[in-house]
Design a protein around this ligand. Sequence first.
Ligand code: F6R
Length: 261
Amino acid sequence: MEVLIREDPENGCLLGAKIIARVVREKPDAVLGLATGRTPLQLYKELIRMHREEGLDFSQITTFNLDEYVGLPATHDQSYRYFMRENLFRHINIDQSRTHVPDGTAVDMHAECRSYEQHIIDAGGIDIQLLGLGRNGHIGFNEPTGSLRSRTWIKILSKQTLEDNSAFFGSLEDMPKHALTMGIGTILDAKRVLLLAFGPAKVRAVEDMIEGPLAAVCPGSALQLHPRATVILDENSAAGLRYADHYRWINENKFDWQRHK
Ligand code: F6R
C-alpha cells in the first residue's frame, strides 16, 4: 500500500485530483470508479477547475459509482445520483449516458446488482476506483464483518453509518437503512484504488486499514491485498500510525518516475 501524508485535506484532495487527471490524460476513454460523501468534494472541485481552465477532457470517460441508498430516486437530493450530478457531472463534459450509479429504486434489486457487475465487466473493468473510509472502516457500504470477497449487493447500514450520515436527512428515521453497494471483491478487481481519509474521526479506521491485520472487522484492510492501492491522508487521520516515519522515508526515496507530479 502506498501511503501519502499531506498537511491538510485540501492538499490531499489536490493530490488525489492530480492522480485521477493523469489517468484521464493518459487514457481518454478510462473507466473511473467514483465515491460520494464529504471527503472527495474538494477533489471533484479541482477536477472541475482542471476541466474549465486546462481543458481536461471527460468526453469519452465512463464512470461507475460505488453505491446508492435503497428507495431513493435520482431526483431525491440525498441520492448519490443527485450528488454526482450536482458535484461533478453537470460541471464537466461527460456523456451522462456513460455514468452509472446503482438504481436504488429497482423493482428487482438482485437483478440490478448482477447487471451492475456485468456493466463494469462490459466496460473493460475499472481503471481507478476512488474511495472514502467510514469511521468504522467501511469502504463503499461494506460494513464490518461482511465478506471480504463480496460482489455488488444489498447491504444493511450499521448504526454507526446511520449516525454519521443521518444529519443529511434531518433525522435518523428519514434515512434509508439499506444500500446497494459494490462489494469488496468488486472494489479489489479495479486496476488501481485511491482511498482518501481525513480528520481525527478517521484515526482508528486508518490504523486498522493500513497496519492492522487483514480482517473483516475493518473492511478497508482488504486493500492490503490490492497490488496498486494508494492512500492519501492528512496529518490528523495519520496521527495514530506506528510507521508514519517509514511512509515518509519511502516517499523521500522514490525514483523520480514513481512520484506523483
Ligand atoms: C460513499 C461511500 C462511503 C464513504 C464513507 C466516508 O460513496 O461509499 O464509503 O466514502 O462513508 O464518508 P465521508 O467522506 O462523508 O466521511
